[in-house]
Design a protein around this ligand. Structure first.
Ligand SMILES: *Cc1c(COP(=O)(O)O)cnc(C)c1O
Length: 377
């Protein structure tokens, strides 16, 4: 069986975890957490990055920093993972979904303005498959309407939009280091901040509402409860695991890109014959080969393809069930405008196995089986 995902592993993880253990500092904000934060800051040119326990928690932190209140509205695509919406629903806000573009599967920037009301506080673009949303347009809308922008860059580590790192373009960016992402610590993430003004508040929210971060820097002589907050800092053992991957980020990305390009090249002919559709990447977006998907003709064909591949020992998957059609989406959110593409395009999409060190022979086998499926039609 060829798995859909194998968590990335470079070989240095256990060595670094042992170093964290030997330093007798396995709680949060140890040496490896600092290395990871600095790596993100350097790589993305954001002002400050803080490792968190997940991307979900990074988004919760962003919602706290944005001071999202009950009744506020937050604009986002419906075609996304639940966490994008959850973080704001937890603050009592209403996610307002707008349609996606059928080409990139990202939020349609031209449909955002129509969804703005006097309750709108923020826009949350999701960089699907590590391909950047139209950030110039989105940032301009936000500026004109005085809204904050929070990038869900869970899938976008190492990707750029017009030369700028995803996650570092807007007010806040959220990375995921879940085991299904390009770089992993099991469960984990990071909050990226563009401006200095949020850093102190972020440290406080992340550390149970205390000024412990200041205390450790020697800026105050005891740490106290100064605001509400929660616990969003990961153990340094997890950060040690992540460090082994960030250190080799170029190598991991190059390897994923090799598999991505192999798929893309192999299916060019089928795409030219319009039997399937390939992912579209605007030429000013540099992606990170987070995923490779194809689009089938319709839902029935996708169901057949997935079950055919399974019979052949290949696990291919689809996602997401659009949030506005899910029970919690109906309860907590609303869709602005018409769902022209969200449901239709998500029904057609299927992801093929893509992970660090996917072998050439496995990739060739998968390609062969997909081609076989279309030959028999
Ligand atoms: C994976 C993912 C998340 C959640 O990440 P966690 O680290 O598991 O919380 C959020 N948004 C998107 C688009 C994702 O792909």
């Amino acid at each position: 069986m060829i798995n859909f995902n194998v968590p990335p592993y470079t070989g240095n993880e256990m060595k670094y975890i042992m170093q964290a253990v030997e330093a007798q500092k396995i709680c949060g904000d140890g040496q490896f957490t600092k290395k990871c934060n600095e790596w993100i800051e350097k790589k993305t040119s954001c002002n400050k990055a803080l490792l968190t326990t997940s991307c979900t928690h990074a988004t919760e932190l962003a919602a706290l920093l944005a001071d999202i209140k009950p009744g506020d509205e937050v604009i986002m695509p419906s075609y996304t993972f639940v966490s994008t919406a959850d973080a704001f629903v937890l603050r009592g806000a209403v996610p307002v979904f707008v349609d996606i573009r059928p080409d990139t599967m990202n939020i349609d920037e031209n449909k955002i303005e129509d969804a703005i009301t006097d309750k709108t506080r923020a826009i949350v673009p999701v960089h699907y498959a590590g391909v950047g949303c139209e950030m110039d347009v989105i940032m301009d809308i936000a500026k004109r309407h005085n809204l904050l922008v929070i990038e869900d860059a869970a899938q976008g580590v190492m990707s750029t939009y017009k030369g700028k790192a995803l996650g570092a373009i807007a007010d806040f960016g959220c990375f995921s280091f879940h085991e299904t992402k390009n770089f992993s610590m099991g469960e984990g993430g990071a909050l990226l901040m563009r401006d200095d003004k949020y850093v102190e508040a972020a440290e406080i929210f992340r550390e149970k509402g205390t000024d412990r971060s200041k205390f450790f820097r020697g800026q105050v002589d005891k740490y106290r409860w100064v605001d509400y907050g929660s616990s969003y800092l990961p153990s340094d053992m997890n950060a040690a695991y992540l460090w082994a991957q960030l250190e080799l980020a170029d190598e991991i990305t190059a390897d994923r890109m090799k598999s991505y390009n192999r798929y893309r090249d192999a299916f060019k002919e089928l795409a030219a014959k319009e039997q399937l559709e390939l992912p579209y990447v605007p030429d000013y977006c540099e992606h990170n080969a987070h995923m490779f998907y194809i689009k089938t003709a319709n839902l029935a064909e996708r169901t057949e393809l997935i079950s055919y591949l399974k019979e052949q020992g290949v696990l291919a998957v689809f996602h997401y069930v659009p949030l506005h059609t899910a029970p919690a989406g109906i309860k907590y959110a609303r869709f602005n405008g018409t769902d022209e593409y969200t449901t239709k395009e998500s029904d057609r999409l299927v992801r093929l196995p893509l992970y660090y060190n996917l072998s050439d022979s496995d990739a060739e086998y998968i390609i062969d089986k997909v081609k076989q499926f279309y030959k028999n039609r």
